[in-house]
Unconditional design. Structure first.
Length: 100
């Protein structure tokens, strides 16, 4: 038996750790109708941002027309976008999001 086979025969095989799920950015898009206050409330209620973080995201969205809200696994990103969109439609706002 070759030397390599003898040495590896007694060693337990180490399994690779499971990979982290791929992260996807949730992007909020600017519109001319959704209020600043509503955007802040959605950021806090759905995305669990602090008041200061929510204000920063709202301001960036206003200035740059879009902003990254956060990075999540695809399932969580879809769930958060659905919840935020549902909240916006309930208040008759056209707020939109993208997942990248």
């Amino acid at each position: 038996m070759p030397q390599e086979q003898i040495q590896s025969a007694g060693r337990p095989k180490i399994k690779a750790a499971p990979e982290e799920p791929k992260k996807h950015n949730v992007i909020i898009l600017n519109d001319d109708y959704t209020t600043f206050e509503f955007v802040i409330s959605v950021m806090m209620a759905v995305f669990y941002k602090t008041y200061d973080e929510a204000c920063s995201i709202a301001e960036t969205t206003h200035v740059r027309q879009r902003a990254v809200v956060g990075s999540y696994s695809l399932d969580i990103a879809r769930s958060k976008v659905a919840k935020a969109t549902e909240m916006a439609r309930a208040e008759n706002f056209p707020l939109r999001f993208e997942i990248e």
